[in-house]
Design a protein around this ligand. Structure first.
Ligand SMILES: Nc1ncnc2c1ncn2[C@@H]1O[C@H](COP(=O)(O)OP(=O)(O)OP(=O)(O)O)[C@@H](O)[C@H]1O
Ligand SMILES: NC(=O)c1ccc[n+]([C@@H]2O[C@H](CO)[C@@H](O)[C@H]2O)c1
Length: 235
């Protein structure tokens, strides 16, 4: 069973923090960080990041990311999660060897069409504007934010892409990033575990579920876990 989970949402919503906790807790779990696909690798010239009419480097637009390369990496995982795990130093747990989870972490996860349908779960972390701006001001990015970047570029692009995502009907599970790290972790871990349980019950041979009270084609009637909240599992 393969599950691709998106940990998306706004800058400084807490995506990396949550992702790292989930990575430690979930079996056979790999991660791909969208920030690794900026067209400006560390220690190389940043000439692929356009400068806008506002004078700011346009970091927060999809064109600044090599999304084809990110998609290739996801497809490498899909074609052999075992091999991908080994190559990324994740040791496969024998007792859960048929379960593989891929976390995608990033701020523009749901704006690149070829990726959108690959997710089994799409989470979207948000915090209020003031909190976001404050958290961002405390960060040290490899390329420091020039003065005015947040209000002039980062926040307007966040609003634009979020509006597009919603207008396109992409279903996400919103998470309140002002909750404690522990609460967010528990909430998402439980939801992913329920997805796994539902998936394994759906794929169980029908002989394991002789009584099908929900009628043909509706899956196993022994479902005990909370049903998936927002969209079917499709991987
Ligand atoms: N639940 C939380 N409550 C309070 N602070 C948090 C929480 N989660 C993360 N933080 C803090 O907020 C800041 C951003 O967290 P993190 O790096 O996880 O966010 P992010 O969404 O990955 O950011 P970006 O992708 O923009 O770098 C960090 O200083 C982190 O310690
Ligand atoms: N990771 C980087 O190289 C980098 C460089 C410049 C800006 N950023 C910011 O990262 C955020 C996404 O995590 C975006 O809001 C970028 O502005 C990242």
């Amino acid at each position: 069973m393969k599950l691709i989970v998106g940990i998306g949402g706004m800058t400084n919503g807490g995506k990396t923090t949550l992702t790292n906790s989930l990575l430690r807790a979930l079996p056979n779990c790999c991660v791909i960080h969208q920030d690794d696909f900026f067209k400006a690798p560390l220690f190389q010239p940043q000439d692929q990041i356009a400068v806008g009419e506002d004078g700011f480097k346009q970091w927060d637009v999809l064109e600044s990311l090599d999304m084809e390369a990110m998609l290739d990496t996801v497809q490498a995982w899909l074609s052999s999660p075992q091999k991908f795990a080994r190559a990324h130093g994740v040791s496969v747990q024998p007792e859960a060897s048929d379960t593989h989870i891929l976390l995608l972490e990033g701020f523009l996860l749901y704006s690149f069409k070829p990726l959108v349908d690959l997710y089994s779960r799409r989470y979207f972390l948000t915090v209020p504007y003031e909190e976001c701006k404050w958290r961002r001001s405390t960060r040290n990015y490899t390329v420091p934010d020039p003065p005015g970047l947040f209000d002039g570029h980062v926040w307007p692009m966040y609003q634009k892409y979020r509006q597009e995502m919603e207008a396109n009907g992409v279903e996400v599970v919103y998470l309140d990033g002002t909750k404690s790290r522990e609460e967010l972790f528990r909430e998402v871990l439980e939801d992913i575990q329920n997805s796994l349980l539902n998936r394994s019950q759906e794929s169980a041979p029908s002989s394991a579920c002789p009584a099908r009270p929900q009628g043909p084609g509706r899956g196993c009637g022994h479902r005990t876990a909370r049903p998936a909240a927002s969209q079917p599992d499709i991987v």
